[in-house]
Design a protein around this ligand. Structure first.
Ligand code: NCD
Length: 320
């Protein structure tokens, strides 16, 4: 069997559609080692000493930006943050000029979040040296979230192939759903989608291994994991669902619905949660919830991504 060394060195991380299964395995394997570092008393390691990373966020974030920053710092890199509200973006500076400015300062990686789909791919064309890591571009992709969801599933289930995962809610506006679907299908996971018809563009998902349901109950039946999506209230155009109360009643994940899934079902949510809307507080903080663990795994996965794109990490010999 031909052996191929898999490497992500220098790769722009734009979306999981450009990842092979072996590249995803490399990230998950590296993240397992990185997670040990987070548990150490002294977390700093010299892996990225001398490298510099800038986060450029045009949209709000708590977890993603902080976890990229923390990941870079644990690995010994210098990390600087630019957020729209306190930068020259408020003076009307274009995305292109902001990118060229940080490139001129010598940054090795730009971690970027923007409301426009394709913004990260555009950035990768504008700059030469820095790698671009997409931390969310509109409703298109959020690859590091997709990877940390896979990592969380693998840590609990020991494998990914053959799992049944339900993704519930606002699929239409969700970059997390899209990255989940690309990543999960590459790893042999069966994906079941459910949500209000107005938030579920079913024509996009007529592919093998993806099942679209009208009722949440049908999607979560016998599921190994349920990823509950946030209702993206800021992206809703009026009228896509009648009221938040009705949404909670018909589509919200509560303990009654949870009982339809497997006994050891895992509950994921990318955060921030609208508790009482897409997820009940009982489910969010209950025994099946791995939502806090996802946050920690997010740091491990981002440490893995930064190491792999900036240094190549160790390449694993992967079977073709
Ligand atoms: C997600 C995002 O911003 O895409 N959150 C996150 O990154 N943790 C999902 C969301 O905002 O609903």
């Amino acid at each position: 069997m031909e052996k191929n060394a898999v490497s992500l060195r220098g790769k722009d991380i734009l979306g999981l559609e450009d990842f092979s299964a072996n590249e995803i395995r490399l990230v998950l394997e590296t993240a397992t080692e990185m997670k040990n570092i987070i548990h150490r008393d002294i977390k700093k390691v010299p892996t990225l000493r001398g490298k510099s990373i800038v986060t450029v966020f045009y949209e709000a974030s708590t977890r993603t930006r902080t976890s990229f920053e923390t990941a870079g710092k644990y690995l010994g890199a210098d990390v600087v943050n630019i957020t729209a509200g306190t930068s020259s973006i408020t003076k009307g500076e274009s995305l292109r000029d902001t990118l060229l400015t940080v490139e001129a300062m010598g940054f090795d990686a730009i971690v970027m979040r923007h409301k426009a789909e394709g913004a990260a791919a555009y950035a990768a064309k504008v700059v030469q040296h820095p790698v671009i890591i997409n931390a969310g571009d509109g409703a298109h992709a959020h690859p590091s979230q997709g990877l940390l969801n896979l990592f969380t599933l693998q840590q609990h289930k020991g494998h990914l192939e053959g799992l049944k995962v339900a993704i519930i809610g606002d699929i239409l506006h969700s970059r997390v759903a899209r990255s989940d679907i690309w990543g999960m299908r590459k790893m042999g996971i069966e994906v079941h989608l459910a949500g209000p018809q107005t938030l579920l563009p079913r024509f996009l998902y007529q592919e093998p291994g993806i099942f679209v349901h009208d009722r949440v109950e049908d999607a979560i039946k016998d599921a190994d994991a349920i990823n509950v999506l946030r209702i993206q209230l800021e992206r809703q155009k009026a009228g896509l669902f009648p009221s938040t109360r009705e949404y909670a009643r018909i589509f919200g994940l509560n303990d009654e619905r949870l009982a339809l899934a497997k006994k050891d079902v895992l509950i994921l949510h990318p955060g921030p949660m609208n508790k009482g809307l897409e997820i009940s507080p009982y489910v969010a903080y209950g025994d099946h919830s791995v939502i806090q663990e996802q946050v920690q795994n997010g740091v491990a996965v981002r440490m893995a991504l930064l190491t792999l794109v900036l240094t190549g990490g160790k390449s694993i010999e992967a079977a073709n």
